[in-house]
Ligand binder design. Structure first.
Ligand code: ADP
Ligand code: ASP
Ligand code: MG
Length: 469
């Protein structure tokens, strides 16, 4: 007995069949826990459709969003028809859904007239999928005779004003959760909270970033002092590799917060990279489970896993990247070049995923998302203009179409020969490693390879290092 937060992702609540399973999973836990809070995503594909409609409307397209409204109406109406037998309950849910779809259409119309969609407007628009689905799932639980209601996280998860990537404010969120969610739980209600979204102190809708419903669940778990947070998805847990690249990838029974942090950061989509932040401090265990195979125990994520075996536990890849290099013989020993380089990069708001510097100090290279390359190079050329004119720096250039492949596992630290086994695995397939980085405390070795060799690199590491490590 205690408090459990259960989060269901887009496929797990992606239509009537999935919602039936998800609601059954909730019912099964009702007797086992004193309080259960539920967090849901929009149905799979809905957030993409909302964003696409608004983006095209801003670009002058006045039709696509209307088609999206019709598609979403059909999708949700079909689900509601299967989920609810009672005509009254059905009608009132359909009326609520229609109100949200009307809102979407009028937002898109405004965006079309204005010719732009601000990040703030985009958050309001892209939040609608979760708002609708929380109502659908709550209605299903009610139809099963359970006491449930939909709750908008706008009033629970209080964030800053950074639209599309909002950061939660822990104290304000805890207060709101205690004021608004706790009383529902105490009454034995099963609240179905919208994932992905938050709100500013003054009530403006924000979002936590794509895939952010996992983060919502852990934020609520921390604010409720939950005993466990379970995220239900469409695979058996965190796997040794992305199953779309390595079909034979296996479930990892246990991971540390640090390991999942690295995996998620370097591309394992199964959990949003920020998910562990709120739960680490309280040590709340996080589970990743499969809605469609609930008897499989899934992956348990805790601070100190018990049975850590092997060295490399998983391999990930992150695509859409470029490597920028600042090079020149005159850089050697000149203080401050690295600081100025990264200050110039930061001035463009670019996220640096990996840094590597040759010991001779003749070059600094770092990896950033490809769309940031042009502004970053322009900023570097401005900042380092003097050194470039003096030929202390020969050039600032970028290599596009690169991928970071990361090998993750706590055992990497202090295990001799891991880097060698990675290189051997790649050399056997003539895969060229362009750069390498290993943090002194992190449980990760990251390699930069060409995009066209990335899939092969992931498969080789899985086959030669994880399977035989
Ligand atoms: P949800 O909607 O439930 O949040 P996501 O699509 O966001 O689900 O994340 C689950 C997906 O992540 C899986 O279907 C799988 O294709 C992908 N994935 C990528 N890497 C991994 C990994 N290492 N382990 C498990 N799943 C992974
Ligand atoms: N629906 C949101 C998205 O597609 C959040 C999530 O699914 O986690 O990004
Ligand atoms: Mg997800």
């Amino acid at each position: 007995m205690g408090t459990l937060v259960m989060k269901f992702g887009g496929t797990s609540v992606g239509g009537a069949q999935a919602i039936v399973l998800a609601a059954d999973l909730v019912r099964q836990e009702v007797g086992n826990w004193q309080h259960i809070a539920i967090v849901v995503s929009a149905m799979r594909g809905v957030t993409d459709a909302l964003i696409q409609g608004a983006t095209l409307a801003a670009q002058g397209d006045d039709h696509t969003y209307r088609g999206i409204v019709s598609d979403l109406r059909v999708k949700h109406t079909l689900a509601v028809a299967e989920l609810l037998d009672d005509p009254g309950a059905r009608t009132s849910l359909l009326v609520a859904i229609e109100t949200y779809l009307d809102e979407f259409a009028s937002f898109c119309h405004s965006v079309h007239v204005l010719g732009e969609v601000t990040p703030r407007a985009m958050d309001t628009i892209s939040s609608l999928g979760e708002r609708i689905n929380a109502r659908v799932v709550a209605a299903r639980l009610q139809a099963m005779g359970l006491d449930s209601c939909a709750v908008d996280a706008t009033e629970l998860i209080i964030t800053d004003h950074r639209f599309q990537q909002a950061t939660p404010l822990a104290d304000a969120t805890r207060l709101r959760v205690q004021q608004h969610l706790r009383p529902l739980l105490d009454k034995g209600v099963l609240p179905v909270v919208t994932g992905f979204i938050g709100g500013t102190e003054d009530g403006i809708t924000t979002t936590l970033g794509r895939g952010g419903s996992d983060y919502s669940a852990s934020i609520l778990g921390a604010a409720l002092d939950a005993d466990e947070v379970w995220t239900w998805t469409d695979v058996d847990g965190v796997l040794t590799a992305d199953p779309r690249i390595v079909p034979e990838a296996r479930v990892i029974p246990e991971l540390s917060y640090a390991e999942i942090g690295e995996l998620a950061y370097f591309g394992a989509k199964v959990l949003h990279p920020k998910t562990i932040r709120p739960v680490i401090e309280q040590g709340i265990p996080l589970w990743v489970k499969n809605t469609f195979n609930p008897t499989c125990p899934g992956t348990r994520i805790v601070s100190e896993p018990t049975g850590t075996r092997g060295t490399v536990k998983a391999v990930t890849e992150i695509t859409g990247l470029s490597m920028v290099t600042v090079e020149g013989r005159g850089m050697m020993g000149v203080p401050g070049i690295a600081a100025r380089t990264f200050a110039a990069v930061a001035s463009q708001g670019a996220n640096v995923l990996m840094i590597s510097q040759a010991s001779s100090e003749q070059s600094i290279c770092f990896v950033i998302p490809t769309p940031d390359v042009a502004p970053v190079i322009a900023a570097l050329e401005g900042e380092l203009a003097l050194e470039i004119a003096r030929r202390d720096i020969d050039r600032v250039w970028s290599m596009d179409d690169i991928v970071i492949v990361s090998a993750v596992g706590a055992g990497l630290r202090g295990t001799p020969g891991v880097a060698a086994s990675l290189f051997n695995a790649l050399a056997a397939e003539a895969i060229n490693v362009i750069a390498i980085a290993q943090g002194s405390s992190e449980c990760n070795i990251s390699l930069v390879v060409n995009a066209e060799q990335a899939v092969q690199a992931v498969r080789q590491i899985h086959e030669k290092v994880i399977n035989h490590g």
